[in-house]
Design a protein around this ligand. Structure first.
Ligand code: HEM
Ligand code: HEM
Length: 204
């Protein structure tokens, strides 16, 4: 297994991260709104789009998992306590897993639905149902599981994003730059110190 060169994520890891993040937030918004529209026809169309984008997230998350197994990310950012580092690693691993588990639970919901509506990804490819027996009980179970995990992941992602912004704006270190092209990352000559400025002053 190789590791990303330098201390920033590579272009492929960054592209996957931001594409999946944008799709994930959009998918939550779509899922929330489609449940609350009055028109049944519109709701049906929105659910088909929701399933299509969900399959896309699942595919991209599977690519990201393979990429992670082949190319490890950069070494953990400096300037964090052991507890902060453990919390960040746990949150990232959980987010990685949830971008697979949430769409899989959605797929199980669509597969166990007694309405037996086929899933066409973007009106192009028929995605077969998972081999699960349709029943009202199974459908209710997967609906609860899918919704609960989706909103729990949203909370985790919000905490993760807030932590990245705290690093950038309050601690003023290069954690966000490791993942965001254009910001000074750890590899660039003008990069800000990985150690938070405040701690450097405290230790002086
Ligand atoms: C990361 C991907 C996904 C996220 C974040 C997500 C999120 C959500 C959310 C927030 C809701 C609405 C919950 C509510 O307020 O009632 C929802 C509902 C739903 N999702 Fe997903 N979803 C994803 C993937 C999928 C996939 C891949 C499928 C199916 C192939 C799917 C099928 C559904 C269905 C059928 C509903 C409506 C449930 C009902 O009838 O009440 N979702 N999803
Ligand atoms: C505005 C929102 C977000 C910001 C600002 C953000 C920021 C970051 C940063 C700075 C890192 C690198 C941390 C480091 O190791 O130094 C990172 C990694 C990561 N983030 Fe986010 N993130 C956001 C949204 C999300 C969302 C929505 C997800 C998943 C649902 C996610 C999943 C991950 C994962 C799995 C990693 C580990 C590296 C990878 O596999 O891509 N992030 N994020």
């Amino acid at each position: 297994m190789s590791r990303s060169k330098g201390r920033s994520y590579g272009a492929i890891a960054m592209a996957l991260h931001w594409t999946i993040a944008a799709l994930f937030f959009g998918q939550i918004l779509l899922g929330f709104s489609m449940e609350r529209v009055r028109s049944m026809a519109l709701q049906f169309d929105l659910i088909q789009w929701h399933k299509s984008f969900g399959f896309l997230i699942l595919a991209l998350a599977a690519v990201r998992l393979c990429w992670h197994l082949a190319v490890r990310g950069p070494r953990p950012a400096g300037g964090m306590t052991a507890l902060e580092r453990r919390a960040a690693t746990f949150a990232q691993a959980a987010l990685l897993a949830m971008t697979l588990v949430v769409p899989l639970a959605g797929w199980a919901l669509a597969s166990t639905s007694t309405l037996n509506i086929p899933s066409f990804a973007f009106n192009l490819v028929l995605i077969p149902h998972l081999p699960l027996a349709p029943s009202a009980q199974a459908e209710a179970f997967w609906r609860e599981t899918h919704e609960l995990l989706a909103y729990a992941t949203l909370l985790l992602a919000a905490g993760h994003a807030a932590a990245a912004l705290r690093h950038h704006f309050l601690l003023r270190d290069d954690v966000l730059g490791r993942m965001l092209p254009g910001l000074p990352g750890a590899d660039e000559p003008g990069a800000r110190a990985a150690r938070p400025i405040r701690r450097t002053i405290d230790n002086a």
